[in-house]
Design a protein around this ligand. Structure first.
Ligand SMILES: [Zn+2]
Length: 261
């Protein structure tokens, strides 16, 4: 599974809390789950540190344990990341920093995926049809109160009650079971032409701006991964009503396109 092209780009004017990594037969994208205004999440580390630790541990496990299940590799990576925090951090805080994650792995016969929170895996089949694996649990919370301050977001006191909870949503970072609640699956490798894994800074093309994934692959073929981010920025800049969305007007954007073989 070869990387055809990849990009990661911070939202204008901020640090990049996304990360992508790839090995011989796998690739991953992480998207740091940002802190809530006025909340430390019980942790002294920057989000980028948490994302880097998670990436390092997941990558090491993918390389060392090619036949273990993706959920086990990710679960163990969360445990190793928790151990890295040290005694200054309280991992029991429900707002502890974490990350969304998407992993794709080629086993020889199959392409497998794992998705948690705001990252996506999109499979393009040999006919050009696209199937997206999206974890939209955070968008399906019933009766979620939204606050409009710097950006529209859920109220932190509400998030405490649903983050890393059954019936709520999951992020990787401070709760190993989050890995067990990831969306996982596989398809025969013969059914896969290419795989796109991305953060929601890219998937907002389909979620906010009515693109199809076919259009995203077609644009990628014309302008590459960097051009895909340009398309996102253009859509954001010309959004007639950006305040209708929960979340930031711009977000870090990461895309990795892989060949299915
Ligand atoms: Zn910490």
């Amino acid at each position: 599974m070869r990387v055809i092209d990849a990009v990661t780009e911070a939202a204008p004017g901020s640090d990049n809390e996304d990360l992508w990594l790839a090995g011989d037969n796998w690739a991953l994208v992480l998207d740091g789950a940002g802190r809530y205004p006025g909340e430390s999440g019980g942790c002294v580390h920057p989000i980028t540190w948490v994302v880097a630790r998670l990436g390092e541990h997941i990558a090491k496990n993918l390389d060392a344990r090619p036949t273990d299940r993706l959920t086990e590799l990710v679960r163990d990576a969360v445990c190793a990341t928790m151990a890295n925090h040290g005694p200054a951090c309280d991992m029991s805080d429900p707002l502890s920093p974490g990350a969304a994650c998407a992993v794709a792995r080629h086993t020889g016969s199959h392409v497998e995926w794992l998705v948690v929170a705001d990252c996506a895996v999109v499979i393009e089949d040999p006919d050009g049809d696209c199937t997206a694996v999206i974890d939209d649990r955070v968008d399906r919370l019933s009766g979620a109160p939204v606050t409009t301050e710097r950006v529209r977001t859920y109220r932190p006191d509400y998030v405490r009650t649903v983050r890393n909870k059954p019936e709520g949503f999951w992020v990787l970072g401070a709760v190993p079971e989050a890995a067990d609640h990831a969306l996982i699956g596989s398809v025969p490798a013969a059914m896969v032409k290419r795989v796109l894994i991305c953060s929601d800074g890219i998937s907002r093309l389909t979620e906010r701006y009515d693109w199809t994934w076919r259009q995203a692959f077609d644009r990628f073929d014309q302008v590459g991964a960097k051009g895909l981010v340009k398309a996102v920025r253009k859509a954001e800049d010309t959004d007639v009503e950006p305040t209708r969305w929960r979340g930031k007007p711009h977000d870090d954007a990461t895309a990795v396109v892989l060949s299915g073989r």
